[in-house]
Write a protein that binds this ligand. Structure first.
Ligand SMILES: [Zn+2]
Length: 484
């Protein structure tokens, strides 16, 4: 699994280019942009893709042959955890390498603050041509997620409805939700990317592709609609999943089976597009000169804990997502990484693979860490505890997770639970976190760290208060330095 040093990306290799261009006059801005000598970088987010429904993660159905190929030729991260269970803050975490309560883009009325650097901005600053293609409403630039992209294309079929009105008017609009649920966008993202790819470029590219169609409604086109449940004769269609009250915990088991088969069909239909994207790069001779990462923003629930869909809890069916990265010059094909990794780690990993300087992890900097060392040598040299949070549609929840345990803080209920994930991987036996062996002290340390990091990031823009209950408990435990 080790990689010859000569093939490892050299950190800071592009820094010299930046320095070399530092004396240019503003009028020469376009030509002064450095030209990177690293690889292209392609980041694909398959919205709503549970890790456990991907073939390479052990799923029995053949839902994802193309993602599986990337895993076979690259690295698969077996325990990858999102920052939340819905689209907007999850992508904000992916782009900023900060947990949700630190980047602050936690709901539709809280766009990403201007002072927080995005991954696309980092690649643009290093001279990359940057382009993003999004297909769901919460990736709209109104929320700040388009920052740093030279080209940021709205691939929804209702683009004008979003672009012509303030986000506050449509972000929670039921009709926009219904249209987004029904929308079929994979071909548009593929076409937009292909068109852009064949245009002339100055040098290397960083491209973000948001593939939306795995998100409900579960209405894959033929042959994917019948691929995994051809004998079904019931009435479930996969349409109107979110609003249809007949899709509930008491629905017939056979109908639920079919619904899951339709979800799997959407995965296979979307995976076909991942294959076409790879084929485009291959046809242009760019495949091995491109870092390709495939991940997701969150999963979806089929009543494992009584709920359907997402944005309603932080159980593992919602926060365990795939992460697969292919880049043969550095990453050995077929490598599987068992230690837990986090959405906030993706950005610094891609930057290191591109040979770019690591962003600061000091106060005001990012909180994610590059996974290259872990993927190439197996060494884990940072605290990989995962924080996932939900501050939307009436929820105020946080989980803190290791491979051994998970603590759940339901803030609106003022209740905390925890479970031992080794003994209880299905999260069925939640215990009160006030009990003797719970990891509550570690949890409170992490909450204090989140609060501190948020304060550092927003210095000069008003303080972020440490929650009163957390402050009191930290004081009771004898912690100092956590006061406002
Ligand atoms: Zn999503």
């Amino acid at each position: 699994m080790s990689v010859p040093l000569s093939h490892r990306p050299v950190l800071g290799s592009a820094l010299g280019l930046l320095v070399g261009c530092g004396g240019s006059s503003p009028s020469a801005e376009n030509t002064a942009r450095p030209v990177p000598d690293g690889p292209n970088v392609l980041l694909i987010s398959v919205d709503t893709l549970r890790a456990d429904h991907v073939g390479a993660y052990g799923y029995a159905r053949r839902t994802s042959p193309h993602i599986d190929r990337l895993a076979a030729e690259g690295v698969l991260f077996e325990n990858h955890i999102s920052s939340t269970s819905w689209t907007l803050p999850a992508h904000a975490a992916l782009f900023t390498s900060l947990p949700d309560s630190v980047h602050g883009c936690t709901d539709t009325d809280r766009p990403l603050a201007a002072g927080i650097t995005t991954l696309a901005e980092r690649f643009a600053a290093a001279g990359y041509d940057t382009a993003g293609f999004f297909a769901g409403p919460y990736l709209h630039p109104a929320f700040g997620l388009g920052r740093g992209f030279d080209h940021y294309e709205n691939c929804t079929s209702y683009a004008a409805a979003l672009d012509d009105a303030p986000a506050g008017r449509w972000a929670m609009d039921v009709e926009v939700m219904r249209r987004s649920h029904r929308d079929i966008t994979n071909p548009k993202v593929l076409a937009g990317f292909t068109r852009w790819l064949h245009q002339p470029h100055r040098g290397k590219f960083f491209v973000f592709l948001h593939l939306w169609d795995v998100h409900f409604d579960f209405i894959p086109p033929p042959p994917y609609d019948t691929m995994f449940d051809p004998g079904y004769e019931g009435s479930v269609t996969g349409e109107d999943f979110f609003f249809d009250t007949s899709i509930n915990p008491d629905m017939p088991a056979r109908d639920l089976e079919h619904l899951i088969a339709l979800y799997d069909g959407e995965i296979a239909w979307t995976d076909e597009h991942v294959g076409r994207i790879i084929a485009e790069l291959e046809a242009m001779g760019q495949l091995d000169d491109t870092v390709i990462a495939v991940t997701s923003d969150h999963g979806t629930a089929f009543f494992e804990h009584g709920q359907k869909g997402h944005r309603n809890s932080l159980f593992d069916e919602l926060i365990r997502v795939p992460l697969v990265i292919r880049y043969p010059p550095v990453l050995t094909g077929g490598t599987r990484v068992a230690p837990q990794t986090r959405a906030i780690d993706v950005g610094p990993t891609l930057l290191e693979l591109a040979g770019l300087p690591a962003p600061s992890t000091l106060p005001g900097g990012i909180m994610g860490r590059s996974l290259v060392e872990l993927a190439t040598s197996g060494n884990l040299d940072f605290d990989n505890t995962a924080v996932s949070e939900l501050f939307s549609v009436g929820h105020r929840e946080r989980t803190v997770r290791t491979l051994q345990w998970k603590l759940y803080d339901l803030m609106t209920q003022r209740r905390r639970f925890w479970t031992n994930l080794i003994e209880d991987p299905a999260e069925r036996r939640l215990r009160d976190a006030g009990s003797g062996d719970s990891p509550r002290t570690r949890y409170l340390e992490i909450v204090a760290e989140l609060s501190r990091r948020r304060r550092e990031l927003t210095a000069g823009r008003g303080p972020a208060a440490l929650p009163d209950d957390v402050r009191r408990q930290l004081e009771a435990l004898g912690y100092v330095g956590t006061h406002e």
